[in-house]
Design a protein around this ligand. Structure first.
Ligand code: SF4
Length: 191
């Protein structure tokens, strides 16, 4: 079934939500309540615009210069099913899919819902953790505070699967202790 996502908005040619020209989608809804959040209007759930995954997928493909898509918010992990479906579609067209979340990698791996873990397993890049005003650093590329990490998701899931003694199946990975994620080292992401 095609999912509906409730969004606060989109930017069709963003240059601030990751490297290159990207299509950014801002999910409506977030309960992390980070002090100093720049998008408080995205906190209330269900008050944005409903849009289907297929509509978003079609809009993204209109601009041939866009090769990366960023899910931001709000927090897309509160609508894991729809964003997972969109990420999977985007990978069929070789887009790079990045996502911001106020959850940590460790939380999503150990305690995330099946929908949240499905979204995680469909990402290339995860920027994790809440915005912490005490750790704010304006010099950071694509992050707001020092605690946030730019994570290479496929490599981290591969390492997790290895630790769990399974084949490279990134799903159903709630084992503890959760190993630290493998950080992205790509210059275009980390400078
Ligand atoms: S996770 Fe993001 S949108 Fe949610 S409160 Fe924190 S900074 Fe704001």
């Amino acid at each position: 079934m095609v999912e509906i996502i409730n969004i606060a908005g989109t930017v069709t040619d963003s240059i601030v939500d990751g490297p290159g020209i990207r299509y950014s989608i801002f999910a409506q809804g977030c309960s992390h309540n980070c002090l100093g959040c720049h998008n408080p209007q995205t906190h209330e759930f269900g008050t944005g615009k409903d849009i289907s995954v297929s509509q978003l997928f079609s809009d993204i493909q209109k601009n041939p210069l866009v090769r990366g898509v960023t899910f931001s918010g709000g927090d897309p992990f509160f609508q894991g099913k729809g964003f997972a479906q969109l990420a999977a579609l985007l990978h069929t067209k070789r887009y790079e899919v990045a996502c911001y979340t106020g959850f940590t990698w460790e939380h999503l791996v150990a305690l995330g819902s099946p929908e949240q873990q499905e979204l995680l397993s469909n990402l290339d890049i995860l920027v994790d953790g809440p915005f912490l005003i005490m750790e704010r650093n304006l010099d950071l590329l694509f992050r707001g505070s020092e605690n946030q990490r730019i994570i290479n998701v496929p490599a981290s899931l591969q390492a997790l699967a290895k630790q769990n003694g399974t084949d490279m199946n990134p799903k159903g990975f709630s084992k503890t202790p959760v190993p630290s994620p493998i950080l992205c080292t790509e210059k275009r992401w980390v400078g």
